[in-house]
Design a binder for this molecule. Structure first.
Ligand SMILES: *Cc1c(COP(=O)(O)O)cnc(C)c1O
Length: 423
């Protein structure tokens, strides 16, 4: 069998129908912003491979640090044992996270970082002997694909087969300029019930539901109100963390800081799987006990994998260099310029940007969901031009590695403009 047949026979790909889709591209290597395919193509990864890559593929510094680590200590159980890569990473992260964050809990992806956050918040109240069972989330939220993280996310076509098995969550409307005061009023009513354990949100921009941006000032007021009334605020920064929104964390746009923060995706620069849930001293205090019943009894086999931590430490060093911060600013400026240029382009429902994220929503005649037929035009159009822009329904977004050059960015913008001209 050739690799195509073997792939088809043996592998089940994520988010992919088993029939009726074109065969996947086989990537043999990658460097910088480019993916090299088996048949000799060089594809610009304008989506940072599901938003994880920060400094380009196969970054030599990250590769060197990972190689060093794999030859020194590849893995060790993280209960009863510890290691320097995890200690250094915790110290590094706490030096850039909002000041109220004081402890780091490791897991291995974004969904588990969210699971840990939700469980921490529930057990916080349990340990204090208080009966708080409900969670507030925002319409359109995406927090991952495991049951807890699905529960606090939007009920959608993605979750339909599982709806009966998800726990109930209070959803508030997605805030827009038209409904801000009613959203805040409903939020206050829910908080006032005294039954709310936590409020979970993607700060100021929802990713998977279509790079939807909302008012930071309103979120700030919600966090303040929640914290004044003993509701734990969980910021899911899995997508927004590490410079994506123009600041190191989306929470940096807020005056009132979340109690718990979830991180993954860009955490290791996109090299290794790793999740982090950070929290404040106030959260930790409820677990400060010798009592096993008050212990946070959660962990994964690969918790704090040393190679993943080494990769994250290397990525941290690159991220905090001035050069990287300049790149983030440069991409932000380019996106804004492109947005200004196309504010009035016909057939665009909306064009918006935040930091290194640029999103373009197209008008469609039928539905604008993920299953929109627009998707079937968009994805191949860009791929044929050697650009990876994986659409969300009728929406495309550019979320590139920070090392993308202006010329490479221009290639992406040019292809998008070419698509505009076909509308
Ligand atoms: C991707 C994502 C997750 C889930 O992360 P995985 O590593 O894919 O499990 C959770 N929250 C947000 C905001 C995300 O964008």
């Amino acid at each position: 069998m050739n690799w195509q047949d073997k792939d088809k026979a043996y592998i089940w790909h994520p988010f992919t129908p088993l029939l009726g889709v074109s065969e996947p591209l086989c990537v043999t290597s990658a460097s910088g912003v480019h993916l090299q395919t088996e048949d000799g193509r060089k594809i610009i990864d304008a989506n940072s491979s599901w938003w994880v890559n920060l400094h380009g593929h196969a970054h030599p510094y990250i590769a060197e640090k990972v190689a060093e680590q794999v030859n020194t200590l590849e893995h060790v159980i993280f209960a009863g044992f510890t290691h320097k890569p995890a200690i250094n990473l915790a110290e590094n992260l706490l030096s850039i996270l909002p000041e109220n964050q004081s402890k780091i809990f490791y897991s291995d992806n974004g969904s588990t970082a969210v699971e840990v956050a939700i469980k921490m918040a529930f057990q916080f109240w349990y340990n204090l002997g208080q009966d708080k069972k409900r969670v507030i989330a925002i319409d359109g939220a995406y927090h991952g694909d495991t049951f807890g993280s699905m529960s606090v996310g939007e009920r959608s076509d993605f979750t339909k087969p599982f709806t009966n098995h998800l726990f109930d969550v209070e959803f508030i409307d997605f805030p827009t300029s038209a409904n801000e005061s009613s959203v805040f009023e409903r939020f206050k009513t829910l908080v006032d019930s005294n039954e709310i354990a936590s409020f979970i949100f993607e700060p100021i921009i929802q990713g998977a539901s279509g790079m939807r941006i909302y008012n930071a000032e309103l979120l700030d007021r919600m966090i303040q109100y929640a914290q004044d009334h003993n509701v734990i605020c969980i910021a899911d920064e899995v997508m927004t963390g590490f410079g994506r929104t123009g600041k190191l964390f989306a929470s940096d746009y807020l005056e009132h800081k979340p109690d718990i923060i979830c991180l993954s995706k860009g955490l290791t620069g996109g090299t290794m799987a790793l999740g982090v849930t950070s929290c404040t001293n106030a959260i930790v205090d409820a677990f400060m006990s010798k009592d096993l019943y008050k212990t946070f009894l959660h962990g994964h086999s690969f918790t704090a994998n040393p190679i993943a931590c080494a990769s994250a430490n290397a990525s941290f060093e690159l991220l905090t260099k001035q050069e990287c911060q300049d790149n983030i600013q440069r991409i932000t400026n380019q996106h804004e310029r492109f947005k200004e240029k196309h504010k009035l382009t016909p057939k665009l429902k909306d064009i918006r940007s935040l930091g290194t994220i640029l999103a373009i929503e197209f008008e469609t005649e039928n539905d604008s969901s993920y299953f929109s037929e627009m998707r079937n035009r968009l994805y191949p159009f860009f791929l044929e031009r050697d650009i990876l822009l994986r659409p969300l329904g009728n929406l495309i977004y550019v979320i590139p590695p920070y090392i993308i050059s202006n010329d490479e960015l221009a290639k992406v913008y040019d292809a998008i403009e070419e698509f505009f001209s076909t509308l």
